[in-house]
Design a protein around this ligand. Structure first.
Ligand code: FMN
Length: 211
């Protein structure tokens, strides 16, 4: 059983099968750097995306995957818990133990639909359902283009329930010079919403005036 280190600094992160592995990796890195205990859920398609976009092939076992990620990100493993998709005894599966915050990043149209309809067919979908029923904070970093009416309806439905929909749509007003700058833009906005301090991207109207 995983020991809960700090009730306040726990979060669930779901990497679903949308394009955008760099967002997911950078967010994970940032959460661990902020001393969060991260319950990481990774769909089968997300593993394919990670290998395709980042060349990172994760071992199938949750423990080995956590070790591979910790090695890749050069961070300690003690705060990273990778959960299997049928690990129904994970804390994220129950309102009595789940973290109050969850981010799906990147979020596929498939994951969006499953969450919007409360499918709970695997641990990630169940975790999202739990966060919603417990009135916690759920952020979906949706990546698809264009959006169909169905995607838009699913997003509207969830938004009306208090879920934050954050399309993976980085801005350009911070004058990005690299892909990392674009990734940081999105991750910074996610951290802002989670209430986690970040210095990756200056806030509008503050640091820019000093330039
Ligand atoms: C390399 C790759 C990129 C993909 N990109 C997207 C995407 O950007 N948005 C999306 O909705 N689905 C995308 N898909 C399709 C989803 O992975 C697929 O619909 C999957 O079943 C979604 O389920 P999951 O999110 O639960 O993994 C992509 C698949 C692959 C292999």
């Amino acid at each position: 059983m995983t020991k809960i280190i700090n009730e306040q600094k726990r979060i669930t992160l779901f990497w679903s099968g949308a394009s955008g592995a760099p967002y997911g990796l950078r967010l994970l890195e940032s959460l661990l750097a902020a001393d969060y205990q991260v319950y990481l859920l990774i769909s089968s398609a997300a593993r394919v995306v990670l290998a395709t976009e980042h060349g990172l092939k994760l071992p199938s076992g949750p423990k080995a995957a956590a070790e591979a990620l910790a090695k890749h990100l050069q961070c300690p493993t003690d705060k990273l818990v990778v959960c299997g998709k049928d690990d129904w005894f994970s804390p994220v599966a129950s309102g009595s133990a789940a973290p109050k915050q969850m981010v799906v990043c990147p979020c596929s149209a498939g994951a969006l639909a499953a969450i919007a309809h409360g499918m709970s067919d695997n641990l990630a979908e169940r975790a999202a359902d739990v966060v919603m029923k417990e009135r916690g904070q759920l952020l979906l970093v949706v990546r698809e283009t264009p959006f169909s009416t169905l995607h838009l309806e699913n997003m509207l439905k969830l938004s009306k329930m208090g879920v934050t929909i954050m399309p993976a749509a980085p801005g350009f007003y911070h004058q990005p010079e690299s892909i990392d700058d674009l990734v940081d833009f999105m991750v910074a906005r996610i951290l802002d919403h989670l209430g986690i301090e970040q210095v990756m991207v200056p806030r509008w109207g503050y640091d820019q005036r000093d330039k």
